[in-house]
Design a protein around this ligand. Structure first.
Ligand SMILES: Nc1nc2c(ncn2[C@@H]2O[C@H](COP(=O)(O)OP(=O)(O)O)[C@@H](O)[C@H]2O)c(=O)[nH]1
Ligand SMILES: [Mg+2]
Length: 304
């Protein structure tokens, strides 16, 4: 737990030191003035929280200040932390945890966001929990992408099902499901393309892969995880909306939080997409993945 907190601390250091440290200073031991609200709004926008989510937060805080009689800036900080935590906490039960014969996780996202790396990290983590994992290389449009997943598979000791470069990703997905059943695997993680040659339509290809999975395995994919590169800030939100429309994303893996001051984008993702963040990518190594914890995340950005 201590190691975990230390690594979250390191991961969020730049985000905290850049803007959230100033939010912390603004909401210190003083009274709230009109300037407090204006500066808070400006800081949240600078922290990549996004216009829509910043507006929602400000509205909620002003409402609370009025109804709860908050006049001190430090009390406002506590209220802000609560609102940020609430924003990040998914509502409803997580039914992906249901035990199944074969669970299928589809991983999507633009090229370079960290899909393949995150799949290796997830695979290793689940394998360590005793799951029998198989990976599917459905990013068939670049030979290097297939190789990359195979190299990771070898490193972490997880088999990879792949086809020839430029083969149909749906066919690879189908083969991978058959292989998973044959080998009695209980978790199949499917890697996908993030960009295609111009004659193909990425979202259509992803829908096809998704349909193959749902025909082959009851209720599959059981999770569709969208990988978002935190360094893309607000641009990532629009990309995410496209994926969410096309393939129905159930959760987000937010990567490259280490070394970016744009960690506030987590709040924009939660506020604008309403999709829960499940994991944080905290570095390039295979163990650099953390389960997302809203409370720890907010506590790390704003202390009491
Ligand atoms: N610093 C950092 N780098 C990451 C993280 N996740 C992925 N990367 C790097 O991002 C680059 C692209 O990753 P890759 O998995 O190939 O992305 P893909 O194209 O979506 O499959 C690689 O150099 C990874 O090492 C992360 O959490 N932190
Ligand atoms: Mg890849």
């Amino acid at each position: 737990m201590l190691a975990l907190m230390a690594s979250l601390r390191e991961t969020l250091a730049r985000t905290r030191n850049s803007i959230f440290g100033r939010v912390q200073a603004l909401l210190g031991q003083t009274d709230i003035t009109d300037d407090t609200w204006e500066e808070l709004e400006a800081l949240l926008l600078q922290a990549d929280v996004g216009a829509a989510t910043t507006a929602k937060l400000l509205e909620a805080l002003k409402r609370r200040a009025k109804s709860e009689g908050i006049v001190r800036a430090d009390a406002l900080r506590s209220a802000l932390k609560e609102e940020l935590r609430r924003l990040l906490s998914p509502n409803g039960a997580d039914d992906h945890a249901k035990p199944r014969l074969l669970e299928v996780i589809l991983v999507v996202g633009v090229n370079g966001s960290g899909k393949t790396t995150s799949i290796a990290k997830l695979g290793k983590r689940y394998q360590a929990q005793g799951r029998r994992v198989l990976l599917a290389a459905c990013d068939t449009f670049r030979a290097a992408a297939i190789d990359q997943l195979q190299i990771w598979g070898e490193r972490v000791g997880i088999p990879v099902i792949a086809g020839a470069p430029n083969s149909d990703p749906g066919a690879v997905a189908f083969d991978a499901v058959q292989a998973a059943f044959a080998r009695k695997c209980d978790l199949l993680i499917v890697d996908t393309a993030g960009r295609l040659h111009t004659k193909h339509n990425l979202m259509k290809e992803l829908e096809k892969v998704r349909n193959v999975l749902s025909r082959a395995v009851h209720e599959a994919p059981h999770q569709t995880l969208l990988v978002i590169d935190a360094t893309n800030g607000q641009n990532a939100i629009n990309q995410a909306k496209g994926f969410a429309r096309a393939v129905g994303v159930t959760g987000v893996i937010l990567t490259k939080l280490d070394g970016t001051p744009k960690g506030g984008v987590a709040f924009a993702i939660a506020g604008e997409l309403g999709i829960p963040i499940r994991y944080l990518g905290t570095g390039e190594k295979v163990d650099d993945l953390e389960e997302f914890n809203p409370q720890a995340f907010v506590d790390e950005l704003l202390s009491d």
